[in-house]
Ligand binder design. Structure first.
Ligand SMILES: NC(=O)c1ccc[n+]([C@@H]2O[C@H](COP(=O)([O-])OP(=O)(O)OC[C@H]3O[C@@H](n4cnc5c(N)ncnc54)[C@H](O)[C@@H]3O)[C@@H](O)[C@H]2O)c1
Length: 359
């Protein structure tokens, strides 16, 4: 099969982790006889520096022409520490999501047996946890207008808006996901306070009869934040709005042991984007110490979602798992930093595994 992938490495650790993920993609493509064609493009602070635009039109065109986008991360302290900056790397991420119509971010969370002791949570609570958070990605407070500050600078405001169409399409996807899994769906909202949440809840209840096999529960986001770490095994598919999903999935990363382990797929109207859930981790940029596994596992999702190539995806997951079992891990996953491998050495280990195991 011909694989035509856009590669947007972005800022901070983005180029380092994406380089390893791309090597794994190449190794898997070779092993299974696929023809890989990848095209690099700018996004984030590096795109601002080069073009003044964090998501240049040329990048968008490359994404639109590709089957899938492999994305690293955006964000730079230069902008984080300058709230008055008019053009910001995050605008590039939001523009990409909007222009590609990426309304759903799918974040699977599983525990790896060899990492159970890396989580600050008790093993018996997290062992076997296996759920998916579906985060709405193009609505809510991150996109709502008006957003701004009063002239005297003493008042600021954001707007949270959701339309029926936006809510229906993400709930439909979530019900369908639940049907393919264990038929349990948790709708997370703040319907006791927020009007947008009440719309979500009303629409979810209207849709329930279409999926009689799915057991639906409704949970306030504050309660969900607690239950996620208290009893994560109770969840199967969780759906929630943009900001709640952003926060809850970072929280959920402690179950897996590190932010560096969680992949995601952003899907919608045009080309899908595959990206780790973490950011550009600027403190580690250029040091070759960041964990590349979230990005490598995002490539597994890319094979599965963009091409329906399940065997390729399974091999990548097997290789990552094997590297963890072998202790071939970066410093976020080891107590003894002297035993930690570099980002590229973990990439070497995984590529070597892919090359030498049976398909
Ligand atoms: N999708 C994105 O591109 C995205 C997402 C979140 C934040 N950001 C941006 O990233 C920058 C830094 O934000 P932040 O510090 O809040 O979030 P971050 O995810 O970059 O880092 C938070 C912490 O998670 C850990 N971590 C993250 N990635 C890791 C990896 N691959 N290996 C090991 N440990 C890892 C580190 O301990 C790090 O201090 C900001 O500019 C922010 O706007 C971008």
């Amino acid at each position: 099969m011909k694989l035509n992938i856009a590669v947007l490495a972005g800022d901070g650790i983005g180029p380092e982790i994406v380089a390893q993920a791309l090597r794994v993609t190449q190794a898997v493509a070779k092993k299974f006889g696929h023809e890989l064609h990848s095209t690099e493009a700018l996004v984030g602070a590096v795109a601002i520096d080069a073009t003044g635009n964090p998501y240049p039109e040329a990048t968008h065109e490359i994404c639109m022409k590709s089957d899938a986008v492999l994305f690293g991360a955006i964000g730079h302290p230069r902008f984080d520490n300058d709230p008055s900056a008019k053009v910001r790397p995050e605008q590039g991420l939001l523009a990409m999501r909007k222009k590609l119509g990426l309304y759903a971010n799918i974040r699977p969370l599983i525990t790896f047996p060899s990492l159970l002791d890396k989580s600050p949570l008790k093993t018996d609570r997290i062992e076997g946890a296996d759920f998916v958070v579906i985060r709405e990605l193009t609505g809510g407070m991150y996109f709502g207008e008006p957003q701004g500050r009063s002239e005297d600078g003493n008042t600021s405001y954001d707007t949270c808006i959701y339309t029926r169409m936006e809510v229906e399409r993400i709930l439909k996807l979530s019900f369908e996901f639940a049907m393919k899994r264990n038929k349990r769906l948790t709708v997370v909202d703040k319907a006791n306070v927020l009007a947008t949440s009440r719309l979500w809840r009303q629409i979810a209840k209207e849709m329930e009869p279409q999926y009689p096999e799915v057991a639906v529960e409704y949970m306030f986001v504050d309660n969900a934040a607690m239950q996620l770490i208290q009893w994560p095994k109770r969840f199967d598919v969780m759906v929630t709005e943009n900001m709640f999903g952003d926060i809850l999935t970072d929280e959920a990363s402690v179950i897996a042991g590190s932010m560096g382990m969680l992949p995601s797929a952003s899907i919608g109207i045009h080309t899908s984007v595959f990206e780790p859930i973490h950011g550009s981790y600027p403190q580690a940029a250029g040091k070759n110490i960041a964990n590349p596994c979230a990005t490598i596992l995002s490539v597994a999702m890319l094979f599965e979602y963009a091409y329906s190539l399940g065997k390729e995806a399974a091999l990548i997951r097997k290789a990552v798992e094997a590297s963890l079992v072998a202790g071939a891990v970066t410093e976020d996953l080891t107590d003894d930093k002297s035993k930690a491998l570099s980002t590229s050495a973990v990439g070497d280990w995984i590529v070597d595994y892919v090359n030498r195991v049976e398909r």
